[in-house]
Every structure is written in structure tokens, then in C-alpha cells.
Design a protein around this ligand. Structure first.
Ligand SMILES: [Zn+2]
Length: 474
């Protein structure tokens, strides 16, 4: 819907029609996600999460052997990749054998995207999606319908742990533009009637608009809130600063898409007075984890296995996450470096699930762009997908009135990429900010080697943002 031409038409429609378009898109999503495979997967997943550690390990190794053999037979990239490194598929028998294979980086995926699609499928029959590009490199992913259903079943299993089912009403805080940023008056929300989902435009959560937004929220009763924790934090912080309360509290807050910082979590929990949980996933479907009732991240072992490789420089227990996923045979990821880090739990979780678990996952941490009208623009990395010719992109804000877009151009980078970026950025930050493009040879990493898609050099940040900075720098 945010594709330029489509969005230009959408923008001109009256709100009622935008809600119809939004619901139609919801209907399409509904068919892609909640098809006949979905319900079978969900009921199986609700049983398998209680398997013993032994059963889990055995199951994962079986799946691993299968996907390695399958990839070698059917996917040109893996055939070449294994041959080049002198590996035969039958040498990978258990997860411990995975380190015989090289690590697959995002750049390698990007350079070999078409060769990573299985011969068993025709590209045009597959569902296409884009990664958010939090590490500066957006990728195109192709998936079979069953994989999409499997992934959504995993996400709904997490929600089911907290008592929710499909069809429960929810308010989503996301970085998608459902309401044009140029729109100055409410409504700043759109409805997907199919999923009983209301989507609130986080780009409109300004000091000026928040009273209207709170007033509107108070006229509704949502079962749960979902989405970007930083946006839910903006709401909670506003309520707290103005000594306001919600008339109908949701039963739970389900965070995703970016890391939930402890400061944000504390504020949301205290102000809204409800449980806060989160899940960690990715468009690549290389791996997934979701928190249990005790607050630990459990690996969704049904679709993946993970290697947690300790970082030599880290004294705080953080390890690099390398995933191997078998949920999507059209484009599986073997030994994939997703660019995130986590601290593995030392004990078995009190909840009784014996899957591998993590105390914290330190991925998807980004700075925000501040706008002169007081907004914190989140998920800015989403614009990267509109410039396929760029190798890497970083957005830097040194002062309130200007953002600098640093681009490492690829061979096919043209003015079209720049114009598309500009258009998408304007949609998000409005017209009151200067946008400058700078072409660079490379984008430096942090001392721990992390790429940062959005960097803020502004001072006078809140406690939460200070914490964010420290964690990014680590
Ligand atoms: Zn647990």
C-alpha cells in the first residue's frame, strides 16, 4: 500500500474508503496467513512446546539433516557453496556439525538472491516480502504459502500463551504509513475489520495529537496492544507526564519489531498496569523466539536451530546468533548471521518448557529521528527497501532541522533510488526537515562491529534513549 503510485491514489481517498482498502489488504493477508495449514500448525505447536529436551534435540537434528540435503539438491547457491568449501551434506548430522559450514552473511544473500530459491518452486508462484533492513541491507525473500502460515502460527502461539486468539481486537503500533503524514487532523488510525485490528499511525504521535489519540483510545476497548515498544512507550510516557489514565486497559502488551528496552518496559508496565511480553522474529524466517509467561525467550525450535557464538570482546555474556531455519523450503537460510545478539539462560525455565532459552535478545536497536514538531520517527530503516540499487544506507541526524542520508551506492544505483528514498523519507518526517544525500565508500561499524541503520547525534535525550545509546555502543 505504501508503493508510490498505489499510495498516491490511497492518499486521496476519503477515510471511509481508506478503511475499506485497509480491510481488503487485511483480507488478502488473512488468506495468506490463516489458510488451512495455519490451524493445523497452531494446534501442533501448542503441544510440541512441551516436548522434552531430548525430543526437541532429536527433532531438530532430523530437520537439519533434511534441509541440508534438500538445499544441496535443489538450491544452486548451496550446491556451489558446499562444494567450494569441500563439504558433503552427509557430514552434517547434528547441530554440532554446523560449524563445518561457513557463516552466511546478509551481503552473500544479497549477492545471490535468485540462486537461493529452490528449483522445486516457480518464483512467480511464491509470496514475496522484503526484510526491514535494520542492518542496512534490505533483502527480498520468497516464501511458500505454507511457510507464511507456519510463521504466523508461531506468532499466534506466543499470543495464545497470554490468552489471545485470532479475532481478538487489538490496536497495532507500527511503522507502516496507513495515514499520510501530511494529514494534520484526526483520524490518525485505520481499521482492518477482517482482523479486528486498528492500526495507529505512529508518525502522528506528536505532542499536539496525543490528547486526541488518547481521547479516541478511551472510546474503545481493545483486548491487547501490539507493535513497536518505542511507540507504546511514547503513549505511556505521555499519559504519565499528564497524569492521565486509560479508561479501558488492554489485557496485555505484545511487543515486536524492535528490542524492548528495560526503561520502556518499566514505563509501559507501570503506567498501563498490564503484563508486557515480546517476540523476536524476522522476515527471512531463519529463526524465531518468543517470551513465555516467566519472561524468557524460548527458541521456536519447530522451525529452526540456533548457534550462540560468544563474542571475544563481550564480558556481559552476549553471543552472536546464527540461525538455521527449515520453515520455508523455497528459500531456507543455513548458518545465517542475522546480525543480532543474545544472552543464553543458564538454567531451565520455570515455565516447564525445555527448549533453549535466552534472558535477553539485543537485536533491532535503532535510534530515532526527531522532527521539529516533537515526534520520534521509528522504523526509519523501512525506507531502505525502496532503493534497491544501494548497498548500504545509514540515516544520521546531527541537528533537529536536518537529516543526512549516507549511501554506499551499488553498481545499479541511480537517481531513481535517491528519489524513491526522498519520497519515502518525506512521508515519514514531513516537510519541515532538510534531507541531505551523501555518497560514501563505506559506513563504519560500532566498536563491537554492529551496523546502525539510524544514528542520532542529538543531545538532551530521555533516560530511555540514553540507555538505547549505551546498548548500541556496547
Ligand atoms: Zn519459560
Amino acid at each position: 500500500m505504501v508503493e508510490s503510485i498505489g499510495f498516491r491514489i490511497y492518499k486521496r481517498l476519503p477515510v471511509f474508503c481508506q478503511n475499506v482498502v485497509f480491510s481488503l489488504k487485511g483480507l488478502q493477508n488473512h488468506h495468506e496467513r490463516y489458510n488451512r495449514y495455519f490451524h493445523n500448525y497452531l494446534s501442533w505447536l501448542r503441544e510440541s512446546e512441551w516436548w522434552s529436551g531430548e525430543e526437541i534435540y532429536k527433532y531438530q537434528n532430523e530437520k537439519l539433516r533434511h534441509i541440508v540435503a534438500y538445499a544441496y539438491e535443489n538450491i544452486p547457491f548451496y550446491k556451489r557453496w558446499f562444494d567450494e568449501h569441500g563439504i558433503r551434506p552427509n557430514q552434517i548430522k547434528t547441530q554440532e556439525d554446523l560449524n563445518k559450514l561457513p557463516i552466511l552473511t546478509k551481503q552473500t544473500v544479497r549477492d545471490n538472491q535468485d540462486e537461493l530459491i529452490s528449483h522445486q518452486y516457480k518464483k512467480r508462484q511464491l509470496l514475496r516480502r522484503l526484510t526491514s533492513g535494520t542492518t542496512g541491507t534490505a533483502l527480498t525473500i520468497y516464501a511458500i504459502r505454507e511457510a507464511t502460515a507456519f510463521q504466523w502460527a508461531i506468532w499466534w502461539r506466543h499470543r495464545a500463551r497470554f490468552g489471545f486468539n485470532i479475532g481478538d481486537s487489538h490496536l497495532s503500533f507500527g511503522a507502516r504509513i496507513a495515514v499520510p503524514v501530511t494529514q494534520k487532523r484526526p483520524p490518525f488510525w485505520r481499521q482492518n475489520l477482517m482482523a479486528r485490528q486498528t492500526y495507529i499511525s505512529t508518525y502522528h504521535m506528536t505532542h499536539k495529537n496525543l490528547p486526541v489519540i488518547v481521547d479516541w483510545i478511551n472510546k474503545h476497548d481493545f483486548d491487547f496492544y501490539a507493535g513497536y515498544p518505542s511507540a507504546i512507550y511514547v503513549l505511556a510516557n505521555f499519559l504519565s507526564e499528564n497524569n492521565m489514565h486509560l479508561l479501558h486497559r488492554p489485557k496485555c502488551i505484545i511487543c515486536g519489531s524492535e528490542a524492548l528496552l528495560p526503561t520502556f518496559e518499566r514505563c509501559i508496565r507501570e503506567v498501563l498496569g498490564v503484563p508486557v511480553t515480546e517476540q523476536y522474529g524476522m522476515a527471512e524466517f531463519a529463526g524465531n523466539m518468543a517470551k513465555c509467561e516467566c519472561g524468557k525467550f524460548h527458541l521456536d525450535f519447530e522451525c529452526c536451530c540456533v548457534e550462540a557464538i560468544p563474542m571475544s570482546s563481550a564480558s556481559d555474556g552476549y553471543a552472536k546468533l546464527i540461525f538455521t531455519g527449515w520453515g520455508n523450503p523455497a528459500m531456507p537460510f543455513i548458518r545465517y548471521d542475522v546480525g543480532d545478539y543474545a544472552v543464553q539462560s543458564k538454567q531451565v525455565c520455570r515455565c516447564g518448557r525445555e527448549s533453549i532459552c535466552f534472558d535477553s535478545v539485543d537485536g533491532r536497536i535503532e535510534d530515532y529521528i526527531r522532527t521539529p514538531d516533537g515526534r520520534m520517527a521509528i522504523g526509519m530503516n523501512q525506507v531502505f527497501e525502496y532503493a534497491p540499487g544501494a548497498k548500504e544506507i545509514q540515516i544520521y541526524q546531527g541537528r533537529l532541522e536536518e537529516i543526512e542520508v549516507r549511501v554506499v551506492p551499488g553498481r545499479n544505483y541511480t537517481m531513481q533510488d535517491e528519489q524513491a528514498l526522498l519520497l519515502e523519507l518525506r512521508q515519514r518526517v514531513g516537510n519541515e526537515i532538510n534531507i541531505k544525500f551523501v555518497l560514501v565508500d563505506h559506513i563504519p561499524r560500532t566498536s563491537s562491529g554492529k551496523f546502525r541503520a539510524v544514528v542520532s547525534g542529538l543531545t538532551g535525550q530521555s533516560e530511555g534513549e540514553e540507555e538505547l545509546k549505551e546498548r548500541i555502543e556496547r
